[in-house]
Structure formats: structure tokens, C-alpha cells
Design a protein around this ligand. Structure first.
Ligand code: 13P
Length: 283
């Protein structure tokens, strides 16, 4: 099955009350772990790439891994660019073969956010690439976007409705109280806001800052309309710990062994989330 956009998979998830996991990959090994986990559990899945990861490896390398790894896949797989503020990078990803992009103009004034998101929609109109956009400010660090606690603010419901009315986006990421990175305390999730935005816009919502949320928080957010859940930090930990723990325990200078252990750790983390989000068996 070839790579596809997020549009149909998120609509289906929204209609059936589950969420598709969007997993930030770092390299070939992590991309392989995500796709293999999803294939084994028959789950639609989103391979998510940060701008830094794309620029580190190069557009052609990342897209070629995705094409090769999905050559025999029997589940829907999308490759999505996460939190991008740079239109030029978005254009290059689309040209290279990404099937989905996120324009993050959430730090800009509302009208500028609309203008930049529209610019991306104009770029994707003829090529079937799905678009995610953000409103409000999600606390934490994601890629090169740093939002301090005092700067974070939730999305405004009326602005969210206007945003989604003016822009035919495929996925909407309003700030609803979650955070990128490790939670310092109990997150205060604005469930009422999720419910209101989901009901008034009808657009599948993305839940950012998935790492560290409790199972019941996921279940509640998904039931209210979050059809995409982003996981990054958990996979960064699995990536490092999977490799380092193996090496510390075995001290063997055969890199393929810790790389295999890293793959196992990443795959286990992805499987845990796929089951939690209800996407297992949905492909
Ligand atoms: P975490 O790093 O908290 O899992 O958040 C991921 C995310 O939202 C990526 O956009």
C-alpha cells in the first residue's frame, strides 16, 4: 500500500471513536519500528518527522526509507511533517513526497496564522496532501519552537470556529492544556474546550503532547474528538534507553545488537500506544 494523506484515516477515526497515533521518528530504525508495530497490530499510522530530523538526514533519504518500508505494507501509512514554521521546508517536503504537512503559525497574530495556513492550503490543493494547523500556544519545546509556561495559552473557541470555517484543513491542533516534553505536574486538560471545538468545527482534532498523559486522559480526549495523538518524547527515551541499556548490560562492541534492542524498545512503545488509542485492528 503506498503512502497516503491523513484525510481519510482521520475521518474514519473520528467517526469510529479511536485515534491514529502520530509517532515522531528519528531515523530508519525508528521509522521501521513504527511501521512494523502498526502492521503487526493492523493499525493505521502516521510517521511524523520534525523539521530538524528532516534537515539532519535530508528530504530524499527520509522519504526513500518511508517508500521502501511501506512497499509491502497492508495498512494505511501517512508521512507527516510536524510543526513547521517555514513555507520553504513545507514546499520541499511536498515536492519530495510527504503526504501531509503541519503549518505552525500559532505564534503569529490570528489573521497572519490564517494567511499562512491558506498559503499552504493553496500549495496542497492540487496534490492531495493533507494539512494540519495550530491555534493557541502549546507549552514546552518541540523542535525549534519554545513556549514558556507564562506564554502558553489555550485556543479561543470562537476563533477556532472562525479558523476552521475559513480554512478547509484536514486536522486542527488547538492548544487545550497539554504540553510537549515531560509533564512537571498534573496537566489541566480543558475537556470542555475540546468538546466545544470538536462539536462546532467538525474537524478531526490533533492532541499534541501525548507523552506522559494518563490512560483515562487519552480515552476522554479521544471520545471528545481527538482523532490524532502525537507521541515524540516517549520515543526519544526509548531510542536512547533501548541502545544504552543493552550496551551497559552486555558491553559488546557489535553495534547491530544495541540497534536491535533499540528497535525492540521503540516497537514496544508504539504498540502500547496503538492499543491505548483504540487504533489496533482498525486497518
Ligand atoms: P510529546 O513530545 O510530549 O510526546 O509531544 C509530541 C508532539 O506533540 C509532537 O508535535
Amino acid at each position: 500500500m503506498s503512502l497516503q494523506s491523513m484525510t481519510a484515516m482521520l475521518k474514519r477515526a473520528q467517526a469510529n471513536g479511536y485515534a491514529v497515533g502520530a509517532f515522531n521518528i528519528l531515523d530508519y530504525n525508528s521509522m521501521r519500528a513504527v511501521i512494523d508495530a502498526a502492521e503487526e497490530w493492523r493499525a493505521p499510522v502516521i510517521i511524523q518527522t520534525s523539521v530538524k530530523t528532516v534537515l539532519f538526514w535530508g528530504y530524499d533519504a527520509v522519504i526513500s526509507w518511508a517508500k521502501q518500508l511501506t512497499l509491502h505494507a497492508t495498512i494505511p501509512v501517512a508521512i507527516h511533517l510536524d510543526h513547521c514554521t517555514d513555507i520553504d521546508v513545507i514546499r520541499k517536503c511536498i515536492d519530495a513526497g510527504w503526504t501531509s504537512v503541519m503549518i505552525d503559525a500559532s505564534t503569529k497574530p490570528f489573521t497572519e496564522n490564517i494567511r499562512l495556513t491558506q498559503q499552504v492550503l493553496d500549495m496542497t490543493a492540487s496534490c492531495g496532501v493533507s494539512v494540519e494547523a495550530e491555534l493557541g500556544a502549546i507549552v514546552g519545546v518541540e523542535d525549534d519552537i519554545h513556549v514558556k509556561e507564562q506564554e502558553a495559552h489555550l485556543a479561543d473557541a470562537d476563533q477556532a470556529v472562525q479558523f476552521c470555517r475559513e480554512l478547509p484543513i484536514d486536522c486542527f491542533a488547538p492548544a487545550v492544556g497539554t504540553a510537549h516534553g515531560i509533564y512537571k505536574g498534573e496537566p489541566k486538560i480543558a475537556y470542555d474546550l475540546i468538546e466545544e471545538i470538536a462539536a462546532r468545527t467538525g474537524v478531526p482534532l490533533a492532541l499534541h503532547g501525548g507523552t506522559g498523559l494518563a490512560d483515562d486522559v487519552f480515552h476522554r480526549c479521544i471520545a471528545l474528538g481527538c482523532a490524532k495523538v502525537n507521541i515524540s518524547t516517549q520515543l526519544k527515551y526509548a531510542h536512547i534507553d533501548g541502545f544504552v541499556n543493552y550496551h551497559q548490560a552486555n558491553q559488546v562492541y557489535n553495534p547491530l545488537k544495541p540497534i536491535a534492542a533499540q528497535y525492540d524498545a521503540l516497537k514496544a512503545a508504539v504498540v502500547e500506544n496503538i492499543k491505548l488509542f483504540g487504533s489496533a485492528g482498525q486497518a
